[in-house]
Design a protein around this ligand. Structure first.
Ligand code: AMP
Ligand code: MG
Length: 533
């Protein structure tokens, strides 16, 4: 049977927690509902096919037909959390229709029109043609589980855009898009397969690396991994004009494929070059746009964002811009939510994510599709604008690309805790493959950081925005100062603030992600008082 999705703003599933085994008799009893921070509609999943059986849950932000995130064709079963961004190419290569399609309607799935089946169904067809190598052809943001008889594939997209965790226990494999679903209550047995990332809070649970598929045989227990994407170490030498044109084309396509099939998209807008470019390209697509900026009593970038919103509003009717201001106390109270959603303890990453989690949790109304400029700095070296020489800049870019994995910076759970779906055009596979290999002199040129991007957006943004120096989200929102003040107020010596932050984040993770607590149970002040000084 083949399931399809309905017209909707968000993917048919954004999370899952599933146990797989070779035979239904090997499936251990699963808890009634999984522990997931993502909020939405849970659908129970009981499935049995030749060579494998599944039991668990999928979670969608909007109501979808039962099983829309799944496809079952004979011995092949596919479960997809997230979405594909190269549907048209994949459908064409697989012989399934010619046009883009939306993946959100019900169609014939064959013939010469756009392919209208769901992403999971498209994947099942493409797998029938290409086997596991199909995972090297996907551009998307997803975690997937595919069983072909007793052969189980657990894979993330090139960027690990939807985190995926795995626990092999006895005859079964437990898989979830959030670690907490596997960590607590923990079944602390089993031998983890090699080649996966360690997870804090367990010796047995592992995270599937970005651009990697884990292949496990449910009967023999044999396991291996294979790589589906890796950042290019090569550097290309296009002319400056070619680089600008390619950058613009890749970004336009990435934004276009991320717009909702129905309804108005939202862009989180700081007024910096990254998010302003995304907002401008989204506005240019003509489906309307809502832009949102957040600030606190310690800082905001409202003037810079309004400049962009006014500029775009004058050219594209139907734009709406909103400013959201939080008190420092309100911002800091989000700290448990940020750890709950991101499932990491890195103090720098949490500092970036805290204001965004706070913002997503204040976006009301039905599920939104939110475009963000997050991540542009990594392939373009934007954080390293003070690098003095091109080789140094290129080394820093390569270093950042070698170390993003497992940080969950772009996890959908950050917004799914508030019922929304986020999407990151700069981390589109083809945009990364365009930006990353540019020789460093196109990223930093004439003393201008992110030169190629600024030039690529020059005709759609105010000149002031194109020139505007970078301000990190943690700086622009006053988050850095707010966190420093919090720890100083709790009696931490100034030279120990960093260490205290790290300890507090570890403790929050151990309580919320590895332990049984919920962010609502944690008044931050009391929690910090309870920590060793
Ligand atoms: P940045 O650290 O400045 O690169 O920020 C990453 C992304 O977060 C930006 O591209 C925006 O999409 C979003 N963002 C940053 N600051 C704000 C803000 N003050 N309000 C809304 N969105 C923001
Ligand atoms: Mg910024």
């Amino acid at each position: 049977m083949i399931h399809r999705t309905n017209a909707s703003v968000t993917p048919a599933a954004v999370a899952f927690a599933v146990t797989a085994a070779a035979a239904p008799g090997d499936l251990p009893r699963t808890p009634r509902e999984p522990r997931l921070a993502a909020r939405g509609h849970l659908t129970p999943l009981h499935h049995r096919a030749l060579g494998h059986a599944w039991d668990g849950w999928t979670l969608a932000l909007e109501e979808h037909p039962d099983g829309a995130a799944r496809a079952h064709t004979g011995r092949v079963s596919v479960l997809l959390a997230g979405e594909l961004h190269n549907r048209a190419e994949l459908a064409r290569a697989t012989g399934l229709g010619t046009g883009a399609g939306t993946g959100t309607g019900v169609g014939t799935g064959t013939g010469t029109g756009p392919y209208e089946g769901g992403d999971a169904e498209l994947l099942a067809h493409a797998y029938a043609r290409y086997g596991e190598h199909v995972l090297r052809m996907l551009n998307g943001r997803y975690a997937l589980l595919l069983c072909d008889g007793p052969l189980l594939l657990a894979a993330t997209d090139h960027a690990g855009g939807v985190p995926l965790y795995l626990h092999r226990t006895g005859a079964a494999v437990r898989l979830a898009t959030e670690a907490k679903a596997l960590l607590h209550p923990g079944d602390h047995t089993g031998t983890p397969p090699a080649g996966l990332l360690p997870v804090r809070g367990s010796q047995e649970v592992r995270q599937v690396p970005a651009g990697t598929a884990a292949v496990l045989h449910l009967e023999t227990g044999a396991a291996r991994t294979f790589t589906t994407w890796t950042p290019s170490p090569a550097r290309h030498l296009p002319t400056p004009d070619q680089a600008v044109t390619r950058t613009r084309e890749a970004l336009e396509r990435a934004v276009r494929t991320r717009l909702p099939a129905a309804g108005t998209p939202t862009a989180v807008l700081s007024g910096g070059i990254d998010s302003s470019t995304v907002a401008a390209l989204a506005a240019g697509a003509g489906h309307g746009l809502e832009t949102v900026s957040m600030g606190t009593d310690l800082g905001d970038e409202f003037a810079a964002a309004r400049l962009v919103a006014d500029h775009l509003g004058a050219r594209h009717p139907g734009l709406r811009h909103t400013e959201i201001t939080l008190t420092t106390g309100e911002l800091l109270a989000e700290l448990p939510w940020a750890v709950w959603a991101a499932e990491v303890t890195d103090p720098d990453i949490i500092e970036y994510l805290l204001p965004l989690v706070a913002l997503y949790r204040r976006l009301d109304g039905p599920p939104r599709r939110i475009l963000t400029g997050y991540g542009a700095d990594i392939p373009l070296g934007g954080m390293h604008r003070h690098a003095r020489h091109l080789p140094e800049l290129d080394d820093l870019v390569a270093h950042d690309m070698a170390h993003f994995d497992g940080l969950n910076e772009m996890s959908p759970t950050l917004a799914a805790i508030a019922g929304h779906w986020t999407t990151h055009p700069y981390w589109d596979r083809d945009v990364l493959d365009t930006l990353l290999p540019l020789e460093a002199g196109l990223k930093h040129r004439d003393g201008i950081d992110k030169w190629v991007l600024r030039r690529a957006a020059a005709d759609v943004l105010p000149a002031e925005t194109v020139r505007r120096p970078k301000l990190g989200v943690h700086e622009g929102s006053g988050t850095t100062s707010a966190l420093d003040r919090l720890f100083l107020a709790h009696g931490t010596a100034p030279d120990r603030v960093r260490q205290a932050r790290r300890q507090a984040l570890d403790a929050l993770y151990d309580t919320l992600v590895a332990g049984p607590a919920h962010p609502d149970d944690i008044p931050l002040d009391d929690f910090l008082k309870g920590l060793p000084a």
